[in-house]
Design a protein around this ligand. Structure first.
Ligand code: TYD
Ligand code: MG
Length: 460
């Protein structure tokens, strides 16, 4: 018998309650709780999929060393940048979630990649948001002509599962998970229950048939993947597609990956004929002009080093308390660096406004950027250009000391490739590393911020 019950689910954090609250008791969001009707018998049958006969068949546990490992099969997506964030290609039977703001280019990216994959694999593109005609128009815009790519415009979960089972593709793309609806459950498409159950059903099918499934997910106002963390736990890989509204480049980032490194980064550029991959992103983010307040660092995103330009503007303040504004860098980081400069280099920065930005709309989180940030600030304060062809890498401690950062060799090699001739870095910890770095680029090791700027001033 089907019984229905009502639960209240927070659409922000996914917490369930038996009662309505104006404010979620778990995450504190206002007006986020929505009533959802659940048919319990159906839910139980979904959750309890393993038939009892099968349960008896399992071999039970076994020693870890006796488990034979089959090599992971990877399907190449047709784009090196996409393969990179996936950890080397799409793993057969894996579930991938791609999140991003509306209009950022998720559908475009997947349609392009699906067409490439359809050259040698069977691919099913399920479009739940747009009609087949709309997708075909985009496809024509991308300049594609012949392809064995299959398109299926549907929102009903059951029909979609049937089609996947019948067609049995190697790759199925669902655009988007929030538009799917399981008619056995209550709630509107996109609600937490719907998203969670639809994704779970797709996951079961994917794993049992070894089909790779790519889910598109929208990002909520707060920048979270809707159907919140529930989905992130369920899938093997979570990618986010980000970009500056005013710039044409788009960044694909790995947030979670069971088959590769996280924080990996791929760069694309949106053009008139779709997304083009940018294989040399450092060149995209560097400008050839030097000016006071500009410093270059090499940040490491996952395993990829990228040269990035930092810009600072220091002005005498006319406000009671000086302004500090950052773009692409956490503001606490700036406050801390300003305090260190003020204390250890004796510059009266508390009487100056400070604006700091990462060029190209990128975000830099790692502390390795500290020395570059400090250099940009001092360069703007002193109205002096930093020496051309110099990169600065290092984390600054509160005592003004420079701490070493990871993947130094990778960063220095990237700087060298881009034609930089000098690098100011923290003391390299092991001798081996310093002996290896004896290429055309001159590496200068310093132990604190004062020493670093003495060297910089000498180089100018
Ligand atoms: P779309 O892929 O539909 O985004 P999402 O699926 O993430 O919502 O978005 C595409 C945007 O990119 C849209 O605003 C139009 C633009 N665009 C181009 O600039 N060039 C192109 O070749 C295509 C197909 C789209
Ligand atoms: Mg779309």
């Amino acid at each position: 018998m089907t019984r229905t019950s009502t639960i209240y689910i927070c659409q922000t954090c996914g917490a369930e309650t038996r009662q309505y609250f104006g404010r979620c008791t778990s995450c504190g969001a206002w007006n986020s709780i929505v009533e959802e009707v659940i048919h319990t018998s159906k839910l139980r049958s979904i959750n309890n999929k393993v038939p009892s006969s099968k349960r008896l068949e399992t071999k039970g546990s076994q020693p870890i060393s006796s488990i034979t490992n089959e090599p992971i099969q990877r399907i190449f997506s047709g784009y090196k940048e996409l393969d990179r964030v996936l950890g080397g290609g799409l793993v057969a039977g894996s579930l991938v979630l791609i999140g991003g703001d509306p209009g950022i280019g998720k559908s475009t990216l997947l349609l392009q990649s699906a067409t490439e994959m359809a050259r040698y694999k069977s691919v099913l593109y399920i479009t739940a948001e747009e009609s087949s005609n709309q997708v075909q128009l985009r496809w024509n815009r991308l300049g594609k002509e012949e392809s064995s790519l299959h398109l299926f415009a549907e929102t009903d979960l059951e029909l979609i599962l049937n089609e996947i089972e019948n067609f049995n593709p190697a790759v199925a793309i669902i655009d988007s998970i929030q538009a799917l609806q399981d008619n056995n459950l209550g709630g509107t498409p996109g609600s937490v229950t719907q998203v969670r159950e639809c994704a779970a059903a797709l996951q079961r099918l994917a794993k049992s048939r070894n089909i790779s499934v790519i889910l598109v997910g929208h990002v909520t106002k707060e920048g979270m993947l809707a159907g919140p963390k529930v989905l992130e736990h369920l899938v093997d890989t979570v990618l986010t597609f980000e970009g500056d509204r005013f710039a044409s480049h788009r960044i694909l980032r790995t947030v979670k990956n069971r088959f590769g490194a996280t924080n990996e980064l791929g760069v694309f550029e949106m053009q008139g004929k779709g997304l083009i991959e940018v294989l040399n992103p450092s060149e995209l983010f560097l400008s050839s002009q030097n000016a006071p307040g500009v410093a270059t660092i090499v940040a490491c995103e996952g395993t990829r080093p990228i040269a990035i330009e930092l810009q600072a503007l220091i002005n005498q303040t006319s406000y009671p308390s000086p302004r500090r504004t950052t773009t692409g860098i956490e503001s606490n980081r700036l406050h801390q660096i300003l305090a260190v400069i003020e204390k250890h280099l004796n510059l009266p920065l508390s009487r100056f406004d400070c604006y700091l930005a990462v060029a190209g709309g990128l975000e830099v989180e790692e502390p390795a950027a500290d020395l570059g940030i400090a250099a940009a600030i001092i360069s703007s304060y002193k109205k002096l250009e930093l020496p051309k062809g110099t990169i600065l890498i290092g984390e600054i401690g509160l005592g003004g000391q420079l701490r070493s950062v990871g993947q130094m060799q990778l960063r220095i090699r990237e700087a060298e490739r881009l034609g930089f001739n000098s690098a100011i870095v923290p003391k390299l910890s092991n001798k081996e590393l310093s002996s290896k770095i004896d290429q055309p680029i001159k590496v200068r090791e310093v132990s604190n911020i004062k020493e670093a700027f003495e060297i910089v001033l000498k180089l100018i």
